[in-house]
Write a protein that binds this ligand. Sequence first.
Ligand code: FES
Length: 170
Amino acid sequence: MIKIADITNIEERKAIENIIRNYREDSGTVISLLQDIQGHYNYLPAYILQLLSRELKIPLSKIYSVATFYAQFSFNEKGKHIITVCDGTACHVKGGPLLYDYLINQLGIHGGETTPDKIFSIEIVRCLGCCAISPVMIVDDELYGNLNMQKISKILSKIRKEEMIQEGSK
Ligand code: FES
């Protein structure tokens, strides 16, 4: 079982130490602990859950029962940018399936999957509650309505460009 000292990435180790310290000092809840972990990794890595269980003396079964209860938590690594596609009736009628085909063609992944470069993940939901501007999708926190292929292409290009700039500045 992994210990904190086994985490060789200094940044990662510091982040985990902070999360553990905050939990101890503020007597946080398991939910807030998991939110912090997911905030750092974008998902809940199994080895970190085991480490937290031992360090904080929380039964692993309790951690998993909380993590599986709330839909916000994921055990699979997600991309940096989450594209939430609506598959509700209004979006479906207004051409959603065609746009979805276009999107999966562009990214090479389907709903529930992440691109190999970990930049994009696609998630599918039933209705985003804004049928009047369907078809819609959310990219990260931003809602896009009245979608068409050109708009999707622009959104993807913008993100790819930003990612290339960030990568180049490292
Ligand atoms: S069906 Fe897509 S927002 Fe309602």
